[in-house]
Design a protein around this ligand. Structure first.
Ligand code: WQD
Length: 353
């Protein structure tokens, strides 16, 4: 298989995944509404890819579109058919992904994440495209202990964002069961992707004040925010702050390539993979690593715990390591160094371009 559609390809994970696919010579169609991303990413991707090989840039085809409008999806599939490079697989990343925002606007999350996916699946069936890699999340797990989370861990999301991801996985299970001989579906359950491409030309460009720790660290380090508030230092962990599994965005993007290449060679199935490093890092450890690597101050203070937080969310990634011929290669230092390089080169994200 050569031709893929990346939904949400202008986003943080989408842009890094699209770049690696292009570098490997695949044809990459991107559909993105740009309601939560910047279309300038396409120019950035072309700039990076042309440094490697000018010819590869023609393999990137961008359509602005919204998965809530089935016609927008049909347009790109129709184009791919007439372009004699019919879409053979979909990496489905489009959707809203903020836990806090999902609690304020559940209807927006259900509409975008679920209805968008249903429309996509209908069009995929219409164009006989049965290969799907879905952007799922560790947020669906109920994690109450200090244990590494494997794919058989209890599933019990506690916020609307996690509920939409869980519901979509259930829908995909139903779709697979209805046409077992045809569908190949992979759910990639992400842990905490952070950092940026080592060029500093693409990275995470959150809309407004971010909710997640690493983009907030970048904003405090660049004095866009006065100090970082650490949500609780009385957790039952080695330093009292929560522990997470931070993974370099390029390692996460590579997991999509590995999943796609696995799908190309395997029989029809539906399978889940935890995509993390298997290593836990506390909030304080991440802050101190960032300060040491980048030789920079990072003012912070402790405040009360955030609703819904768990103390320990770290992947057991052994299934992905053994099945996908994939492993995370980058260190926490790489994540901190590459993230800071992106921030320095793009202090206001893509809007400056
Ligand atoms: C990490 C740690 C906070 C902000 C995320 C996303 C979700 C999903 C899973 C993809 C926690 C602490 C944070 C701050 C802090 N990703 N923190 N002060 O909660 O693990 O969930 O990953 O599907 O999109 O929500 O990540 O970055 O929000 O928090 O102390 O100002 O940092 O308590 O322990 P989280 P996060």
């Amino acid at each position: 298989m050569q031709n893929l559609l990346v939904t949400g390809g202008c986003g943080y994970i989408g842009s890094h995944t699209a770049l690696l696919l292009l570098e490997k010579g695949y044809t990459v169609y991107i559909i993105d509404s740009n309601c939560n991303s910047n279309p300038f990413v396409i120019n950035k991707l072309k700039k990076i890819i042309m440094k490697k090989d000018k010819q590869l840039a023609k393999n990137l085809i961008f359509f602005k579109g919204d998965l809530r409008k089935k016609k927008d999806i049909e347009r790109i599939f129709e184009y791919s058919k007439h372009n004699n490079k019919i879409i053979e697989a979909v990496v489905h990343l489009a959707g809203f992904k903020s836990v806090n925002e999902s609690m304020k606007y559940p209807l927006m999350y259900w509409d975008s994440n679920l209805i968008g996916t249903i429309n996509l699946l209908k069009v995929m069936q219409k164009y006989l495209c049965y290969n799907l890699i879905f952007s799922s999340s560790a947020t669906i797990y109920s994690c109450l202990e200090n244990k590494l989370i494997d794919e058989n861990f209890p599933i019990k999301p506690i916020n609307p964002y996690g509920n939409t991801k869980r519901c979509i996985e259930t829908l995909l299970e139903d779709i697979y069961k209805s046409e077992k001989a045809k569908w190949k579906i992979i759910n990639l359950r992400y842990f905490n992707p952070i950092g940026a491409h080592h060029s500093g030309d693409i990275g995470e460009d959150p809309n407004g004040i971010p909710n997640n720790l690493f983009p907030l660290i970048l904003q405090v380090a660049s004095s866009k925010l006065r100090e970082l508030k650490i949500f609780g230092n009385n957790w039952d962990t080695r330093d009292g702050t929560c522990i997470r599994d931070y993974i370099h965005i390029l390692d996460l993007a590579n997991a999509h390539i590995a999943a796609f290449e696995y799908l190309s060679k395997t029989k029809s199935q539906i399978i889940n993979f935890n995509i993390g490093t298997g290593k836990g890092t506390s909030v304080l450890e991440l802050i101190n690593t960032f300060k040491n690597v980048n030789k920079i101050k990072l003012p912070y203070s402790f405040t009360s715990r955030r609703e819904g937080d768990q103390k320990y969310i770290v992947a057991d990634n052994s299934r992905a390591l053994s099945t996908l011929n994939w492993k995370p290669l980058k260190s926490l230092e790489d994540m901190c160094r590459d993230g800071w390089k992106w921030q320095l080169k793009n202090p206001n994200g893509y809007i400056d371009n």
